[in-house]
Design a binder for this molecule. Structure first.
Ligand SMILES: [Fe+2]
Ligand SMILES: [Fe+2]
Length: 137
């Protein structure tokens, strides 16, 4: 099984609520991957966790996008596009039963966690600089 991708200060944006939520989201992704690998995705607690991940991610993206609209962030369109793509991909996890082979499950989560890490370390950090410049913490 792949190693968990954990939050580190390297991907901090310096925005308190954003860093807190990124940490939580990465933790949920890691926990979910472990559960799917060991128990499959038919387990009811796995389904609940997946629903929670989708809800929490949507909520998190919504908060970021709210600030983008409020502050007229110039890179909003590009950033929102990345959010949309990620949400589409985690929604796809709901159909994971067709991915019965553990390796496929693992690869899928690896992609998700890596994508999310990259999004935080590039796109969100850039946005964090903008937020700080606008007095948001
Ligand atoms: Fe984010
Ligand atoms: Fe973002």
């Amino acid at each position: 099984m792949i190693d968990s991708i954990l939050w580190t200060t390297e991907i901090a944006t310096g925005i308190i609520w954003q860093d807190y939520q990124h940490k939580e989201l990465l933790e949920v992704i890691n926990t979910l991957r472990e559960k799917v690998s060991t128990e499959g995705n038919d387990d009811s607690s796995t389904k609940e966790l997946l629903d929670f991940l989708i809800f929490y991610t949507g909520d998190h993206f919504g908060i970021e996008e709210g600030y983008m609209d409020l502050l007229k962030y110039p890179e909003a369109e590009h950033h929102k596009g990345q959010h949309k793509e990620f949400l589409k991909n985690i929604e796809a996890l709901k159909n994971l039963s067709s991915f019965s082979v553990e390796i496929k499950t693992d690869a899928l989560f690896k992609d998700l966690a890596r994508w999310f890490y990259k999004h935080i370390s590039k796109t969100d950090q850039r946005f964090g600089v903008f937020l700080q410049a606008n007095g948001i913490r």
